[in-house]
Design a protein around this ligand. Structure first.
Ligand SMILES: Cc1cc2nc3c(=O)[nH]c(=O)nc-3n(C[C@H](O)[C@H](O)[C@H](O)COP(=O)(O)OP(=O)(O)OC[C@H]3O[C@@H](n4cnc5c(N)ncnc54)[C@H](O)[C@@H]3O)c2cc1C
Ligand code: SF4
Ligand code: SF4
Length: 1022
């Protein structure tokens, strides 16, 4: 791997500060696109691992970068979201990848002239969202709308939905600002833009801003029509073109697509996913044409379209089927789920040859061939084909040649490859036409004589072109072998492990299409902005591990632990991969099985949990102290309904527990409670990978619940609910334990009571409020409406929704971020709360005690001035109860926690240990101190000593640590200041247990910090 020189690295830091990465793992994350070439071809590709990645914020930074590239002769590779598949975004070894996705602002909108100016890195979906708020809409968009950038489509030369009316995207761009290879910015428009910037994949300049046409937002009509064969679909499309029906978008799927779709498994996930799955409409295994147009054009289209349908043996399918297919339009790569690979091919063909092309494909390609067509302006059709296959087999190398067969078929019928990129640059003349090709060549030679901008793309030739050229020439000879090279596909059981990675997870790592739908919306990614923190990046990392090119280290393990478990990825993935569940499985593998280090504060929680059954270092006998006297009197020893309060509501946000039991009481629910016998539900142990502790807790809680005759568990905390509903149930099934509990959140119970008239809110609460959907209640359990029903029933309430709500709701950014990377947490919490500010809410209501801790902390740190309150507490006000707000107390308790998080960082622990050198020396085994003294006086002795430290320390520390524990406790206490009484009392028990659990993994991280200080100590004090 070629690394950048220190000088270049420093210059990059000067320009981009923290927005530069040069570490090996991150660089690898920027070395792929959606294409997967066969192993036999890869060695011929002039690509590799970049030397660095930068994330510019503006054109000035890019200008400076280009000047640096000229001075240092470094190559630059622009990158949008890397959703293209022609190799255009793959970096040359050692080049700098310019990730433009941070340049994502809408700069201006002109509603009168229907134009918008945006930064090039904006994702289509985000732009559309902003346009819709202003009553505007995109004129066209690619089916990669959830992830690809506007600049990427112009540079790649694409089109998409709406292409029938508006053609290719470049024809709708009025101006593009571009940084040229000399570092200067130039605005391109008209012919110059279409000639030298569009389709050029960054070889002539880096696009920074785009002014483009938009249209007025209108309701849309979607229709689905089935056609029996190749001839009828071509004839129907031709008739539509001829009749000039003012349709906006025309796309179709072939019969094989319709057939294979039925074999795709449904979204994995928690049980509620199964329940909420809509019945799929029955769809025929024929060609289906999806038609979309604005409602206002219906009259102008309807009669003509109906006539064409009849004339060409079509059959209009139900409205429900049309809406279903419309919703599915962003999932063209979903077949990868059963591949786990696909062989892609993309061509443009004249409409008049469509039937012939399809027939020839049918006769020449014997594999399952899934095809999606997009009708484009100018009587052209873009065909995107996929052959499901398995890149892990040798047969993939052979079968891949079929992608070239399709290009050859298209060319024979007057068509061409869709784009050039790296793989098809030898097709450049047929893609651009001879005249434009010559102009581009001389322009490139003139403006980029050093070839710094995106080398090897679009133009040029090399071994890969010879390989592809030979394969194309020999296509008729290769085809029979390619057709014979089959691989079984379909989702099979995947047991065992691959390089230590659970079989299921390893399969999904290959299946992930790298479409990037899960990237920008991932909470972990949003807080940091680097691919390694996104699901797509993590799957790529796992592929590297499976290939034996990477091994887990504490940093990469942390990348998996840092996932907030928000489950947004599960809802975004076009393959319906259970992404979050995969990371949970990996926690089990990496921490529980392989005993790698989890986030250190979890060790203290585990110690507190094992001793006191809670994570807040409170005393178990005080767990039920929050229960109000009047409620205590009503609590049953046994009962069918059991209220499970959880740790945070029992020890910190006690208003949550108090308000919940009062609400249940008012709703007429009789319930029992475990009191001091209740233990933490265990979710912190599950997410930290400490599954042995989780199992102990499971057994304890389940047996306590059974003792009390519980049939329904009602929780305050949605994570406790998720644990009882899903995780305990799974564990019980695994262990063969009888487990028959219904689990409900109190808001579900109270909303039912409200509906039945058992609850009446009669006190006004005059506030403008909004509701934060907790991920564990919402996406994980589907509880969206009950809390809203309750809030809206309170008189005086002015209820508003935040922009992202329900399934799309932002995560609060809590627990794992707070514990694993504390400074990022207020950034994420701030993002969530800013949406409350935007809708002018004064109060944010949340139902999860942990979200409340995080949102209060973020509210304070971001100085947003909002009130964050609990759902039950809030609705109790509507019943006339004022329950004491615990915000200040929860912030105070979190403050102690935060101090311990800081304390357990390797460099801080090293600092603490350095302050203990004296007692450590006093407790060294006999002979050690004299040996150190001798080393001090031996030439080179201390140098040798420092080399011995990694071996010596792990041997010495376990014995010395207990002996110096009183000093350590004193030092810790000095650093964290006074603690709450119970915590203070428990610390002598908790700290040694924490250190015992921590040291085996932590010592290697501490040693580099402590060694120089130990050597100094020996020099000065011994
Ligand atoms: C699920 C799926 C569906 C798709 N559907 C369509 C479709 O309907 N229509 C279609 O045309 N394509 C489609 N594509 C392909 C791809 O999404 C598009 O080509 C998209 O426009 C690429 O955008 P990007 O931001 O990901 O660009 P990238 O893939 O990052 O880059 C594409 C090329 O442009 C260059 N580049 C990127 N940004 C800039 C810039 N600002 N300045 C200069 N050069 C730049 C890169 O170097 C690269 O060569 C699809 C892909 C997927 C995965
Ligand atoms: S669960 Fe949330 S934070 Fe974790 S990978 Fe998925 S989207 Fe990212
Ligand atoms: S995990 Fe799913 S959404 Fe994310 S890149 Fe892979 S296929 Fe796309």
């Amino acid at each position: 791997m070629v690394a950048l020189s220190e000088r270049v690295e420093q210059k990059l830091v000067d320009i981009f500060q923290d927005n530069v990465r040069t570490d090996r793992v991150e660089r690898k994350m920027y070395s792929f696109d959606v294409g997967a070439l066969p192993g036999l071809v890869k060695p011929f590709l002039p690509v590799g691992i970049p030397g660095g990645v930068v994330r510019p914020k503006n054109g000035q930074q890019i200008g400076k970068l280009v000047k640096l590239a000229n001075e240092e002769n470094v190559k630059l590779v622009p990158r949008g979201m890397s959703t293209s598949g022609f190799g255009g975004v793959l970096p040359e070894e050692g080049a700098i990848v310019v990730d433009l996705s941070s340049m994502n602002k809408v700069l201006s909108m002109d509603k009168h002239n229907l134009t918008v100016t945006v930064e090039a890195g904006i994702i289509w979906e985000q732009l559309q969202r902003q346009l819709k708020k202003e009553g505007l809409d995109l004129i066209l968009y690619p089916s990669s709308l959830p992830s690809s950038t506007v600049g990427g489509l112009l540079a790649q030369g694409g089109t998409g939905f709406g292409g029938y009316e508006y053609g290719v995207f470049k024809e709708n761009v009025l101006e593009a600002k571009v940084i040229l290879p000399d570092g200067e910015m130039k605005a391109f428009s008209g012919t110059e833009l279409q000639l030298y910037i569009a389709d050029m994949e960054g070889i002539t300049g880096i696009i920074t801003e785009i002014t483009m046409k938009v249209r007025k937002l209108e309701a849309e009509i979607h229709r689905l029509i089935s056609f029996p064969d190749n001839q009828s679909i071509e004839a129907a499309l031709s008739a539509i073109y001829e009749a000039k029906l003012p349709i906006w978008s025309l796309t179709f799927l072939n019969p094989e697509s319709m057939k294979l779709k039925k074999k795709l498994p449904h979204r994995h996930g928690h049980a509620y996913e199964e329940k909420k799955r809509r019945p799929e409409p029955e769809l025929p295994e024929t060609f289906v044409l999806l038609v979309a147009y604005p409602e206002s054009r219906h009259e102008a289209i309807d009669a003509g379209l109906k006539k064409i349908i009849v004339q060409h043996y079509g059959l209009e399918l139900s409205k429900e089927a049309a809406e279903h297919e419309w919703e599915e339009r962003f999932r063209p790569m979903r077949f990868k789920r059963i591949g786990p690979s696909i062989i892609p091919t993309e061509v443009v063909v004249p409409l008049k040859s469509l039937a012939s092309v399809l027939s020839e494909i049918d006769s020449k390609i014997k594999h399952s061939f899934v095809l999606e067509g997009m009708a484009a302006k100018g009587n052209k059709v873009i065909l995107l084909g996929f052959i499901p296959h398995d890149e892990r087999t040798f047969a993939f190398n052979m079968a891949f040649a079929l992608s070239l067969s399709v290009i050859e078929i298209a060319k024979k019928h007057g068509g061409s490859a869709y784009a050039t990129g790296l793989y098809f640059r030898r097709e450049a003349k047929s893609v651009f036409g001879q005249e434009r090709y010559e102009k581009i060549k001389s322009y490139k030679a003139e403006i980029d004589p050093k070839g710094l901008f995106n080398p090897n793309k679009v133009l040029g030739s090399g071994i890969i072109d010879t390989v592809m050229g030979t394969a194309s020439t020999l296509e008729p000879l290769i085809r029979p072998f390619a057709n014979a090279a089959t691989a079984p596909f379909g989702e099979a059981v995947r047991e065992g492990k691959k390089k230590g990675i659970p079989g299921d997870v390893a399969y999904y790592a290959t299946a992930c299409s790298r479409c990037g739908y899960c990237v920008s919306t991932c909470e972990q990614f949003a807080g940091r902005g680097w691919e390694s923190q996104s699901p797509r990046g993590k799957y790529h990392y796992l592929r590297e591990v499976i290939a034996g090119r990477e091994k887990f280290n504490p940093d990469t393990v942390s990348n998996f632990l840092l996932c907030t478990t928000c489950e947004v990825c599960n809802t975004r993935c076009q393959l319906d991969i259970p992404v979050e569940h995969n990371w949970m499985d990996l926690r089990g593998t990496l921490i529980h099985e392989e005993k790698r280090m989890t986030f250190p504060p979890f060790e203290m929680m585990a110690a507190s949990l094992r001793g006191e059954r809670n994570i807040w270092a409170g005393k178990k006998e005080k767990r039920a102290d929050w229960v109000p006297e009047d409620i205590k009197a009503k609590l049953k020893d046994k009962g069918e309904v059991l209220y499970f309060a959880g740790c945070t509501a029992s020890f910190v946000n006690t208003d949550v527990a108090e308000a919940t039991v009062r609400l249940l009481d008012q709703a007429g629910v009789d319930f029992t409670y475990m009191g001091g016998d209740e233990a933490c539900c265990g979710i912190p142990m599950k997410v930290s990978g400490k599954w042995d502790v989780f199992e102990e807790i499971f057994e304890h809680n389940v047996s306590e619940a059974k003792k009390r005759g519980a049939k329904t568990i009602v929780t305050s905390c949605p994570a406790c609910g998720l644990v009882w509903k899903e995780l305990y149930a799974e564990l019980a099934a695994k262990k063969g334990i009888e487990y028959d509990f219904e689990v409900k959140h109190y808001s579900e119970v109270a909303a039912e009571a409200l509906k039945e008239g058992k609850l009446t809110f009669d006190h006004e609460v005059n506030k403008r409020i909004t509701f934060h959907d907790s991920c564990h209640a919402g996406r994980a359990q589907g509880i969206y409406e009950p809390p809203r029903d309750l809030l809206k029933a309170v008189p005086g309430v002015d209820y508003v929704e935040m922009e992202h709500n329900r399934e799309e709701g932002y995560c609060c950014g809590s627990v794992l971020t707070l514990i694993g990377e504390t400074p990022v947490a207020p950034k994420l919490g701030g993002m969530r709360l800013q949406e409350a500010v935007d809708v002018k809410a004064d109060t944010v209501v949340a139902l999860c005690p942990c979200c409340q801790v995080q949102l209060r902390d973020s509210n304070q740190k971001n100085k947003l001035g909002l009130e964050v309150t609990d759902l039950a507490r809030f609705v109790m006000e509507g019943l006339g109860y004022k329950i004491k707000d615990q915000s200040d107390y929860s912030i105070e308790m979190w403050g102690y926690f935060e101090k311990f998080i800081v304390l357990m960082k390797p460099e801080v622990l090293a600092d603490i240990m350095a302050s203990l050198f004296k007692p450590m020396m006093e407790n060294m085994p006999a002979g050690m101190v004299p040996m150190m003294k001798a080393m001090k006086h031996t030439p080179g002795g201390l140098n040798m000593m420092s080399k011995m430290m990694p071996t010596l320390m792990p041997k010495l520390v376990p014995d010395i640590m207990p002996l110096v524990m009183p000093d350590m406790l004193a030092e810790v206490s000095r650093r964290v200041g006074p603690l709450p009484d119970d915590m203070e009392e428990l610390m002598p028990d908790l700290l040694p247990k924490t250190m015992d659990a921590l040291m085996p993994n932590m010592l290697p991280l501490i040693i580099p910090h402590i060694t120089p200080r130990m050597i100094e100590y020996i020099k000065a004090e011994l």
